[in-house]
Structures are given as structure tokens and as C-alpha cells.
Design a protein around this ligand. Structure first.
Ligand code: HPA
Length: 247
């Protein structure tokens, strides 16, 4: 049996998985970090592979960009394939002044402008989207063991890459301060587009989820990492994620 968006048969996807957005990054991780990696799906060119890391079966599944695409793949991974430990490995846009391009960040929590929480709970509660503490603790410990500095905190997960949140005269600006400036005041480190869905789906499915990112661009300094570098050079983050997912 497979699922509507994934050609894998049940049993071909490991309980432990890394989730990049970009299919070519899934291929890169499979080819450079996993032993004996086998492609189990290429539907829509959204690749998924299973192989071994340090003798433990691990999969890597691309998800596409944004909450709707991500949620389709991750819902099926949890509910059809029985995946239990899910680590998103992605890029994010730095917002806080303490965050620099190429830093590795871990999302302890995800704030979102998406309606997904409202779609689940109505207006009854503002459900907190949080990472799995066991994965978070292990990821921080593994980063320290590997001597790789990481920053841990809250990220904003947006539905629109192109928005006016940086504009003091934008819809949430007050003429003096933009929404982004206010978010930074409240401790938001960075912006990305999928982790709120990971934390909501993981909670719903009673499985473990964590988001780890490298900072590919910065909203304050406007520095950017080259797109080709995004595809190939995020090895520190991937090492932390793999060491954590196999524990
Ligand atoms: N915005 C949203 N998502 C992102 C960004 C960004 O600037 N950079 C990497 N992912």
C-alpha cells in the first residue's frame, strides 16, 4: 500500500526521518550521509530515500515549500507510514540581531500567521506550537558534542514569503514600527514557512517533531547565502539532525 503523494510501500520508510523542503537537498543528504540509500518515491520529483546512518535506518523525505505542501507529506508519513521521529532540516531568514547568516538555529517553538491552529481548535484556545523536548535536548547536546554553536528559540512561520511585515506602514505596522520589529522585540529569531505545521501534526499524531535551520538570508542586514550553497553546504545542521534522530 502507498499513499496519494508517496510511492513508498508501508515498511519502506523508516520511523526516523529528516525533512528538507528541497528535493535536491533530500538527494544530497541521501547520497552524502546515508549508506545504501534507496529512492522510494519520486512522485512530482519530490524525492524520498531510506538508508542507514551509523547502522540505524533513517529516511529523508522532501516536502516542498510552505505549510500546505509540507502538511500533505508529513500527515501521510505519520498516519500511513508510522513515522515517529521527524526533524525538519531547512533554511530560514534571520531576523534578530544576534542571528547571523550560516548560523544553525533550533526552533523551540513556532509562532504562526497561518490559520492551521484556528482550523483545528476554532477560537477556543491559542494552542502553543512547541518542539518535542526530548529531541530538542538531544539536538542541543549533539551540537555541543560536535562543537557546533546553535541558537535556540522561537521562530515565525509565515504563509506568505512576500509580505509587508517589514514595512512600518504595512497592515500590522503602526507607522513607527513594523510587525517584524515587534516580533523581534518578543524574541523571534527567524522566519520560515513549515515548522508550525510540523509541531501541530506531531502533537496530533503523538509523535516527535523538531525544526533545525541554517540562516540563508537576513532581513536586517540583507546578506544572503548563494542558492547553490543552500543546496550543498548545510552539513553542520544535517550532522546534528542525524545524530539526534538515531538516538
Ligand atoms: N522568509 C521565509 N522563509 C524563509 C526565508 C525568508 O526570508 N528564508 C528562508 N526561508
Amino acid at each position: 500500500m502507498s499513499s496519494p503523494h508517496n510511492a513508498a510501500n508501508v515498511g519502506e520508510i523508516a520511523e526516523r526521518i529528516l525533512l528538507p523542503g528541497d528535493p535536491l537537498r533530500a538527494k544530497y543528504i541521501a547520497e552524502n550521509f546515508l549508506e545504501g540509500a534507496k529512492l522510494y518515491t519520486d512522485i512530482r520529483n519530490v524525492y524520498g530515500y531510506t538508508g542507514k546512518y551509523k547502522g540505524v535506518e533513517v529516511s529523508v523525505q522532501a516536502t516542498g515549500m510552505g505549510i500546505p505542501s509540507f502538511s500533505i507529506y508529513v500527515y501521510e508519513l505519520i498516519h500511513t507510514y508510522g513515522v515517529k521521529k521527524l526533524i525538519r532540516v531547512g533554511s530560514c531568514g534571520g531576523m534578530h540581531k544576534n542571528v547571523k547568516i550560516r548560523d544553525v538555529l533550533i526552533a523551540q517553538g513556532a509562532t504562526t500567521d497561518s490559520s492551521i491552529v484556528h482550523q483545528v481548535f476554532g477560537g477556543a484556545v491559542n494552542y502553543s506550537l512547541i518542539s518535542d523536548f526530548d529531541l530538542l535536548e538531544k539536538a542541543v547536546a549533539n551540537a555541543r558534542k560536535l562543537k557546533l554553536p546553535v541558537k535556540v528559540g522561537n521562530v515565525i512561520c509565515t504563509d506568505r514569503f512576500y509580505n509587508d511585515y517589514g514595512d512600518v506602514n504595512g497592515i500590522f505596522g503602526d507607522g513607527k514600527r513594523s510587525l517584524n520589529e515587534k516580533l523581534v522585540q518578543y524574541g523571534i529569531l527567524a522566519v520560515e514557512m513549515e515548522t508550525a505545521a510540523l509541531y501541530l501534526l506531531a502533537a496530533e499524531g503523538n509523535v516527535q517533531g523538531l525544526g533545525i535551520f541554517t540562516v540563508s538570508d537576513h532581513l536586517l542586514t540583507h546578506e544572503e547565502v548563494e542558492p547553490r550553497e543552500r543546496e550543498n553546504s548545510f552539513n553542520d545542521m544535517i550532522k546534528i539532525a542525524l545524530e539526534t534522530v538515531i538516538e
